[in-house]
Design a binder for this molecule. Structure first.
Ligand SMILES: Cc1cc2nc3c(=O)[nH]c(=O)nc-3n(C[C@H](O)[C@H](O)[C@H](O)COP(=O)(O)O)c2cc1C
Length: 141
């Protein structure tokens, strides 16, 4: 069971997560959506392949109440894992995602597709297709 663990404030990253989930399932793998507050780093520490979604928040950082503390713990266990990252953003240029990628890579993880998928605001049809394609890559990772 591949977990798609996400946080959302206004639904855009959730829409991405739902499309990523569909992409995994359409590629023939079992997957589930998990809101980040409903799991713990220990719960997912054994997952060889996993997806995380979080929008750009603060000033180009992860959401600070749930996602940042989760990642500070999770990154100590991510060596050798294949991890997909995605998230929605507003006015920035994706710095939060580049920082997130680097953080996990420096702890030994591989980022599926080489980089996180970022989408401005809500995903349109093309954005949904990009999310589904990421799901397929996760299923094949
Ligand atoms: C408190 C707050 C801080 C934000 N900070 C950034 C930011 O630093 N860079 C950016 O590109 N967008 C920023 N945004 C915009 C959100 O990333 C954008 O609205 C996104 O679509 C929200 O995703 P969500 O619907 O999954 O919560 C911020 C939004 C809020 C509410």
């Amino acid at each position: 069971m591949i977990k798609v663990v996400y946080w959302t404030g206004s639904g855009n990253t959730q829409a991405m997560a739902e499309a990523v989930l569909k992409g995994i399932q359409d590629a023939g793998k079992e997957a589930e959506l998990v809101f980040i507050d409903d799991t713990t780093p220990a719960d997912v520490a054994g997952d060889a392949v996993i997806a995380f979604g979080c929008p750009a928040m603060g000033a180009e950082v992860l959401e600070e109440g749930s996602v940042e503390p989760f990642m500070a713990d999770y990154e100590t266990t991510c060596n050798g894992k294949k991890i997909a990252l995605f998230g929605s953003y507003g006015w920035g240029d994706g710095q939060w995602m580049r920082d997130w990628e680097e953080r996990l890579k420096s702890n030994g993880a591989t980022i599926i597709n080489g980089e996180g998928l970022i989408i401005n605001d809500a995903p349109d049809a093309d954005g949904v297709a990009q999310c589904e394609a990421l799901g397929k890559a996760i299923a094949e990772a």
